[in-house]
Ligand binder design. Structure first.
Ligand code: 13P
Ligand code: SF4
Length: 303
């Protein structure tokens, strides 16, 4: 505790000196969420990155999030606590594969989940996050969509749109681990609880949800609901904001495996160090960034 207090003091000092803003995803460790200027889901944090006046953005999340921030704010320095924090789902789609699919379906628009590399975004018509996926798919011209990389979120969107979706086979290792059996056991144990679930989970698990939504949507739903007890089907870091917003409600995570090891690579010590050394910095080659930026900016304009 003493060490963390010292680290936090050092962080506040460095933040002022560098004119930096700290953005943290809801899946980060509590010790990082505590010191963040903004906590949020992928969508909110992309918006904050695009809008900030700070000179430096410290992005506490996984690599594609820092990259998206750099693409949206090319004149800012973007640093991350540890460049090994990647997203396995983002790595499940490659440019060659996507180009092949585009050649096979020349009339389809490419909608890409923000959990993807800058190179994939550069091949994309419009990006989305789990918060706006249905709206974004419905917003594109024509009736065919190539969807990369998350098959589970893709399946969920397909059930809520008339467009025909050609869906890539990627998935989130963490959310995809949750099974129907896990949820049924929890429901039997906590019969008064509602099950709230992220659409990165398997279709048959999402099917069991009393509420389905992005991390922010889940937090808002739990805060506003009359229900006092929830079984939570998303990453366990979300507990920090859930408990902060609803201190008198009870939250049970649906499985002990709902932990993203990549998100947990970052910690307070590395956060302070990156602001001290200004390393590692995110770099995106300008020609890639320019193309990718269009797909992110289009997303931010969808109402
Ligand atoms: P959201 O932030 O859109 O809820 O997405 C979840 C996720 O897995 C981010 O990596
Ligand atoms: Fe990627 Fe899943 Fe971790 Fe999000 S929770 S960063 S989608 S592996």
């Amino acid at each position: 505790a003493e060490q963390n207090r010292e680290l936090r003091e050092k962080l506040m000092q460095l933040k002022k000196e560098r004119n930096a803003i700290i953005l943290a995803h809801y899946y980060q460790r509590d010790e990082i969420q505590e010191v963040a200027d903004f906590r949020g889901d992928s969508f909110l944090l992309a918006q904050k990155a695009a809008q900030t006046d700070a000179d430096v953005i410290v992005f506490c999340g996984v690599h594609f999030m820092g990259e998206s921030a750099k693409i949206l704010a090319p004149n800012k320095t973007v640093i991350i606590p540890d460049e090994r924090a990647g997203c396995p789902m983002a790595d499940m789609v490659n440019v060659d594969g996507l180009r092949k699919l585009k050649a096979q379906h020349p009339n389809a628009k490419v909608v890409t989940y923000i959990n993807s590399s800058a190179e994939i975004k550069a091949e994309t018509d419009i990006c989305c996050t789990s918060a706006n996926a249905v709206k974004v798919v419905n917003s594109v011209e024509g009736d065919e969509v190539i969807w990369v990389p998350d098959k589970n979120l893709g399946h969920y969107v397909q059930q809520n749109t008339d467009k025909k979706m050609i869906i890539w086979e990627g998935y989130c290792n963490t959310h995809d681990m949750l099974t129907v059996k896990d949820v049924e056991e929890m429901k039997a144990k906590y019969p008064n609880a509602q099950f709230v679930v992220h659409p990165e989970c398997r279709p048959e698990v999402v099917e069991l949800g009393d509420f389905v939504g992005s991390t922010t949507a889940i937090i808002k739903y739990c805060r506003e609901s009359d229900c006092q007890e929830f079984i939570v089907g998303t990453e366990d870091g979300t507990g920090y904001q859930l408990r902060l917003d609803s201190p008198n409600k009870t939250f049970h995570f649906a499985s002990k495996y709902l932990v993203c090891p990549n998100m947990k690579v970052n910690n307070l010590k590395k956060l302070v160090k990156c602001l001290e050394t200004m390393q590692p910095q995110i770099y995106v080659p300008p020609h890639v960034a320019e193309q990718a930026r269009l797909s992110l900016e289009r997303m931010l304009l969808v109402k």
